[in-house]
Design a protein around this ligand. Structure first.
Ligand code: SF4
Length: 346
């Protein structure tokens, strides 16, 4: 449990020293230290206790990796007890960096098949699908875009389309008039300013009509392999629950979270966090009792803690249900994930 310590080893050691009775609530490390330090005075007894504590720590670590459903009320209390919240603009503490990276590592084990949940075959399709995904689900977009891209496969085709026909196709996505304007507008800009190609640079992407940083990072990260953090509604909610940042402005959230991770982790990190938000850590009722990272979460208990009730809240493949993509990557199917049904089929 020592590695679940949100305040880092040093902080735990200090707090533990002061704790009455010398118990080490979150600290296998402290127990080991104590065992070594008192070796002469207490002999083998203390050393044995230290060994036991270390063994416990290893067992707990294995349990998280192998068994994704846990309800660790005590561990979460320990996380809650140690504040690692940054003041605005301050450099993140080592403890916060460690805890954040640990959460991302655990999430990588929970969602090894995480991927963008929009179906796309090229950067143009991903750009259009991302713009369409505003205020609706990726599932609904995936059910809509096959007809759109079959009729208008290139920016030239979509730029020269009859708006009313595009509106009809986009109707299931909601806000279909505004979305038609956006995707036709950005297609025109691609044709006029970029030779019909999607630019691979942030500065150029955000100049396209209807394209903000969030959309640009989705495209850069997933169509161009350039690292980016996607701050959507799930990402905002989860990183605040985990106390990675106190910011509410997406650009500031992006900057503060970016400072916790190496650039090479940014795209996968975004997938992990968003997938967790969609499947387990919901806005209204997070499934805490079925959450594999509960031991690391300062917000454990905000949602349902009863394991059986929490299990019923799980979505997509975690709840045994189809995913959002009609054409998911093979890794997802290999892990037991199911493709989403086409429009009108369910
Ligand atoms: S479901 Fe969310 S709030 Fe609950 S323990 Fe998991 S990450 Fe924390």
């Amino acid at each position: 449990m020592g590695e679940q310590d949100p305040g880092g080893g040093r902080k735990t050691a200090k707090a533990t020293k002061k704790a009455p009775g010398g118990a080490a609530p979150g600290g296998g490390k402290e127990a080991v230290k104590k065992g070594v330090g008192t070796k002469k005075a207490a002999g083998g007894k203390k050393a044995a206790a230290a060994k036991k504590a270390t063994a416990k720590k290893v067992t707990a670590k294995k349990a998280i990796a192998k068994k994704p459903v846990v309800a660790p009320a005590k561990a979460s209390a320990a996380v809650k007890g140690a504040s690692t919240v940054r003041t605005v603009g301050a450099k993140p503490s080592t403890a916060l960096v460690r805890r954040a990276r640990r959460i991302n590592r655990e999430l990588a084990e929970v969602y090894p098949y995480a991927h963008p949940e929009l179906d796309f075959d090229n950067s143009f399709q991903l750009l259009v699908a991302t713009v369409l995904s505003a205020q609706t689900t990726d599932l609904r977009v995936n059910q809509t875009t096959p007809a759109l891209f079959a009729k208008y496969p290139t920016p030239e085709d979509l730029a020269g389309a009859n708006p009313e026909e595009v509106e009809e196709i986009l109707r299931p996505c909601g806000f279909f008039r505004a979305k038609t304007k956006s995707v036709m507008g950005l297609s025109k800009a691609l044709v006029e300013n970029h030779g019909g190609e999607v630019p691979g640079r942030l500065e150029e992407l955000v100049k396209l009509p209807g394209v903000g940083r969030k959309t640009a990072f989705v495209v850069l990260g997933n169509a161009f392999g350039r690292p980016g953090i996607t701050v959507d509604t799930h990402f905002q909610r989860l990183v605040r629950r985990w106390q990675w940042t106190e910011q509410t402005d997406p650009d500031k959230i992006e900057a503060e979270v970016a400072a916790l991770f190496p650039k090479s982790d940014w795209t996968d990190l975004s997938h992990h966090v968003i997938w967790h938000g969609r499947r387990i850590c919901h806005a209204r009722k997070p499934a805490c009792g079925a959450c594999p990272i509960a031991p690391l979460c300062p917000a454990y208990g905000e949602g349902e803690t009863d394991p059986e009730k929490a299990k019923k809240l799980l979505k997509y493949e975690k709840g045994g249900l189809p995913g959002q993509r009609l054409k998911p990557p093979q890794a997802y199917l290999d892990a037991g994930g199911k493709p989403a049904p086409p429009l009108g089929a369910g």
